[in-house]
Ligand binder design. Structure first.
Ligand SMILES: Cc1ncc(COP(=O)(O)O)c(C=O)c1O
Length: 460
């Protein structure tokens, strides 16, 4: 008999979540036929719920034939009809392939970039030059190529006010990979971390890997509630000050000072994930935290939004003591990033192509954002409010209709539009109305317009 343990989400009844979890474990074959389940009392104790709650979940599973109760022995899993189960999932897969996939006409995904304006010619030319250079048929520098680190140092100084010694820059393959590596050295000194709520689930996953205990900093459409910091035990915090992920708000300069003051006071560290600050449409970008005081800031950036997600290229700037520690710990680890991509990017930046690319994309994305926002306002008026239109490659829409997030997504899907949930970013701090994420970077102007027309038909 195994114990079953999993985290509860806030918005569904607990008995339903227990029922869903056990049903899934049975359907996926993780709990086998005739295996005994924990007793009502054991399950209630391990999940910290009442016995009534576990009883209700078991009763539902019995009613649907997933499990059976045997008197004085306990609860056991019934054998599923394997053929029936396979047939159902085969039929579902076939249906998904033939019916669902082609029916998506507009996909408001936020994880892709504009292909039409990608600087393919310049990149190809430089990549070809790099391939014929003498020094590329080798492994790369463990912490990233010096030529790229120098280019990044110049770029973040000019664009974000961050003064970084190229030797304190580490190049990696992604934000999550860097956070996992960073976690290895931080967990020597820290066992808990503050994360934003709602906040980037990808970062939480990376910290979970090291079993950090979480404390959550509530973030609202008006910004983060930094007054909560005083009551927290953690001395480590992960934040996205320039464009809060996901809500899109920016931390004011006063808040930035406050955060830095806190980190100095508790002798902790701020991990600043500056993941898409290149695209700010209404004002000049706010300075990054290390431009105010770099002593206790670990600064992360990447090329996923500004250039190409698939290039898998990111970087982090470490304060001196952490940089030494990191190099000592990972000195024998090879780089996780392609040498060719690094050298090509370094030359791309050196030749001024990077600057030209950013300038062009800022304009393209600004126009797309304006179109998206005005199309949403025209279509929905007061039924919806738009959050995060000042920067980035997506917006959130808070929908003031009486529908759940699930309904809005499914309904959009039935009209050929793919839109995205926000509940995955939330730990406790659920919004009062459902919010939907709409990315626009990979869509053309016509597609954006058409997508909103379809959404209107679906939601109103
Ligand atoms: C907050 C945040 N940081 C970083 C990233 C980029 O991650 P990666 O480096 O894996 O592309 C994302 C991507 O959506 C993000 O939302």
């Amino acid at each position: 008999m195994r114990n079953i343990i999993f985290p509860f989400k806030d918005h569904l009844p607990k008995y339903k979540q227990i029922y869903d979890e056990i049903k899934l474990l049975i359907e996926q074959g993780d709990i086998k036929a005739n295996e005994q389940l924990p007793s009502i009392r054991q399950l209630a104790d391990s999940l910290d719920v009442s016995r009534n709650t576990t009883l209700m979940a078991y009763e539902q599973l019995i009613a649907e034939g997933y499990i059976r109760g045997e008197s004085r022995k306990g609860y056991f899993v019934n054998a599923l009809e394997p053929h029936l189960h396979e047939e159902v999932s085969d039929a579902l897969n076939a249906h998904q392939k033939t019916e669902i996939a082609p029916s998506v006409r507009i996909d408001f995904r936020a994880d892709a970039i504009d292909q039409q304006h990608f600087p393919l010619k310049a990149w190809r030319r430089i990549a070809n030059q790099v391939l014929t250079a003498k020094d590329v048929y080798r492994y790369g520098d463990h912490f990233g190529e010096l030529c790229l680190r120098k280019q990044i140092a110049a770029y973040i100084l000019q664009s974000r006010g961050v003064k970084a010694d190229p030797n304190a820059i580490i190049i990696g393959s992604s934000t999550q990979q860097m956070l996992v590596y960073l976690g290895h050295i931080l967990k020597d000194e820290f066992e808990r971390i503050i994360v934003e709520d709602p906040g980037f689930d990808g970062a939480r996953k990376a910290f979970q890997f090291h079993r950090f205990h979480f404390e959550t900093l509530p973030v609202y459409e008006t910004g983060a509630d930094l007054s909560k910091l005083e009551h927290m035990k953690s001395r480590l915090i992960y934040v996205t000050p320039s464009h809060q992920s996901p809500l899109g708000v920016s931390m004011s300069i006063q808040q930035r000072h406050k955060l830095i003051h806190w980190a100095n006071q508790v002798r902790g560290y701020i991990i600043e994930d500056d993941y898409d600050s290149e695209f700010r449409y209404t004002q000049k970008p706010f300075p990054a935290l290390p431009s105010i005081d770099a002593t206790r800031v670990i600064y992360l950036g990447n090329f996923s939004k500004s250039f190409l997600p698939g290039i898998r290229l990111s970087y982090m700037v470490l304060p001196q003591p952490l940089s030494d520690h990191y190099k000592e710990r990972f000195g024998l680890f090879e780089s996780t990033t392609s040498l060719l991509s690094q050298l090509t990017m370094a030359k791309f930046m050196e030749d001024g192509e990077w600057h030209r690319h950013l300038k062009r994309m800022r304009l393209v994305y600004k126009r797309k954002m304006q179109l998206l926002v005005s199309a949403l306002r025209d279509a929905f008026g007061h039924h919806l409010s738009i959050i995060g239109e000042q920067s980035g490659l997506y917006v959130f829409v808070k929908v003031h209709l009486n529908h759940s997030e699930e309904w809005l997504i499914e309904r959009a899907f039935s009209h050929g539009v793919k839109v995205y949930p926000t509940s995955r970013y939330v730990v406790h701090n659920y919004p009062d109305k459902p919010m939907i994420k709409l990315g626009f970077s990979s869509l053309s102007f016509d597609e954006i317009q058409y997508g909103i027309e379809l959404l209107k038909r679906a939601w109103l």
